[in-house]
Design a protein around this ligand. Structure first.
Ligand code: ZN
Length: 180
């Protein structure tokens, strides 16, 4: 077992507990529909086959969610994929349509994060650890979006009012509003 899939097994166990308070059947495959706003790249594929994370898809997601300022990728927290997947399912349940989640920003190197401090980035941002994404969904307001995250009852969600996106991360459940 490679270190990546071992980590997937370990983190996946925790993610199942944290992100899914009412677990779906263990065999349900999980798909993500994502669009990276800056690079114009899309990810639309299964990343989990219901039994475990798919390593190839995980690696593609690592690159897809890279720091695009420096073209540097990291091992993203797979609990973040589960949070996005759960969120997609929430949109489907409430809004009755499949949505693509737009990614404004995901992984950030130390240098990129430092450059973004004046734009409201946190010094110890979860972005630096591959545990956060800034997102929008076409046709859905950021408040609606943030409410769907809060319903999940896991992870952090911040509304960035001026920038018009919502930040979500795999940290403790909490929410905030920022005018930046
Ligand atoms: Zn963020």
């Amino acid at each position: 077992m490679s270190s990546l899939s071992r980590r997937a097994a370990l983190v996946g166990l925790g993610a199942a507990i944290i992100v899914r308070p009412t677990p779906a059947p263990a065999t349900e495959p999980r798909m993500l529909r994502l669009y990276q706003v800056t690079t114009g790249e899309s990810f639309r594929d299964y990343y989990h086959n219901g039994e475990g994370y798919l390593e190839r898809a995980w690696q593609r997601l690592n690159w897809f969610l890279r720091d695009h300022h420096e073209d540097v990728a990291t091992n993203m927290d797979p609990a973040l994929f589960d949070l996005l997947w759960t969120l997609q399912n929430r949109f489907l349940a409430v809004h009755h349509r499949e949505v693509t989640i737009n990614i404004n920003s995901a992984y950030r190197t130390e240098r990129t994060n430092t450059q973004l401090l004046s734009e409201g980035a946190a010094l110890n941002s979860f972005h630096k650890f591959g545990r956060a994404v800034d997102i929008t969904v076409q046709g859905l307001g950021i408040y609606f979006l943030a409410d769907r995250v809060r319903e999940i009852g896991a992870g952090g969600v911040g509304i960035y009012w001026r920038s018009r996106f919502a930040h979500i991360d795999t940290g403790p459940a909490r929410s905030w509003f920022q005018r930046m």
